[in-house]
Design a protein around this ligand. Sequence first.
Ligand SMILES: Nc1ncnc2c1ncn2[C@@H]1O[C@H](COP(=O)(O)OP(=O)(O)OP(=O)(O)O)[C@@H](O)[C@H]1O
Length: 454
Amino acid sequence: MFDLEKFWDSFNAEMRSEFNEVSYNAWFKNTKPVSFNKDTHELVISVQTPVARGYWEQNISANLIQSAYAYAGIDIYPVFVVKNGSSSERMLEPQQLPQAKPEKPQQPAREFTKDLRLNEKYTFDNFIQGEGNKLAAGAALAVADNPGTFYNPLFIFGGVGLGKTHLMQTIGHQMLAERPEAKVVYIQSETFVNDFINSIKNKTQDKFREKYRTADLLLVDDIQFFAKKEGIQEEFFHTFETLYNDQKQIVMTSDRLPTEIPDLSERLVSRFAWGLQVEITPPDLETRIAILRKKAESEGLEIDESTLDYVASQVDTNIRELEGALVKVQAQATIQKQDINIGLARSALADLKLVQKSRGLQISKIQEVVANYFQTSVPDLKGKKRVRQIVIPRQIAMYLSRELTDASLPKIGQEFGGKDHTTVMHACDKIARQIKTDTEIKSAVSDLRQMLER
Ligand SMILES: Nc1ncnc2c1ncn2[C@@H]1O[C@H](COP(=O)(O)OP(=O)(O)OP(=O)(O)O)[C@@H](O)[C@H]1O
């Protein structure tokens, strides 16, 4: 008699020693045997996500079959069902069958990894999983376990500050942990653009190609910046082809699907769909609390549950802003030499409420304040002049209109002299990016915000 439960326990014990803890937890913890048909020998197994099903079919089934044979001398036929599989999951199934696992040639250590700048905090252990990101997290793990074969390319998309970069970098960390000599290249898409332009200027295209086309793992962040850049897309296409044909893993992030990136060439759109496209959606309250708890722990902060709950309920979309809220509370506690509690959190985060209030702002008001600040005029902001002194204020005004009002992209375009919504989108993306890298833009935006929220 085949005792399913006992067999499952023994199989799990066997697998626990083969997989590292992160992988074991991801693939085995929520996977349960459902039934065994003694006539057909079908063993039905319930897994949590389509990604897990794919992973089991590709990577674990063979072990399971062997194990059952060793355990009870029988041939079994595993059948996987996805528990709670909902049709609303915005994940596209891989459009290609996974290929055979490639040989892993030993490579000498390269200079390249030296200037690699993966954020050391962006590890899997620091990544909290919840409803909004669990498919993406599963896919990242699958890719980390089987780079170049399983989901290639992996395309992670979703809104601002939802953990796309963090998750993408976990794959780099995992690969380096297993193969320290591996060549992992992490870049923001703008770096690719700049490197490419410089390589043409300096006649160093060979070096450029060597840099990108010999990676074992290429991580490209915010690929939506390739929009409308034909030459760059052409170059990236060849990089992609080379890596893909060599079965090297490519991972990309974007704030939208490839089909929604303006003027992305057809061949890139189709190639980006060869692997898996998976979305990260905003975290629910429970996940936000868990993220804050983890962050508080790592900073050695003592915060009670009700305060964590309060802070998490104040920021409901962007995790970067959520972390910022905790930093504010922490700063207030330090300044006032007080322990952190709800009262203190409430006063520290009072200005977040202002942001909510400012949603009643008019775009015309934003244009007026921005024009004043940069000593230009509202008609210029609405006009077509392409000089830098006007383009930057115009883009900042569009960005602030997007951030501080509920107006849609087309509506904002209309208010700026009838511009197309893609122009607004580009402006918002550009300013959002520059805020991170350009201190002048950052402080201008922050001054203007304060003026508008007063
Ligand atoms: N699930 C998570 N668990 C823990 N921290 C997270 C999680 N998701 C995001 N974060 C943290 O939130 C911050 C923002 O994440 P990240 O930069 O990866 O977002 P993003 O989606 O790439 O943003 P952008 O669209 O601006 O590029 C980071 O500090 C990251 O560590």
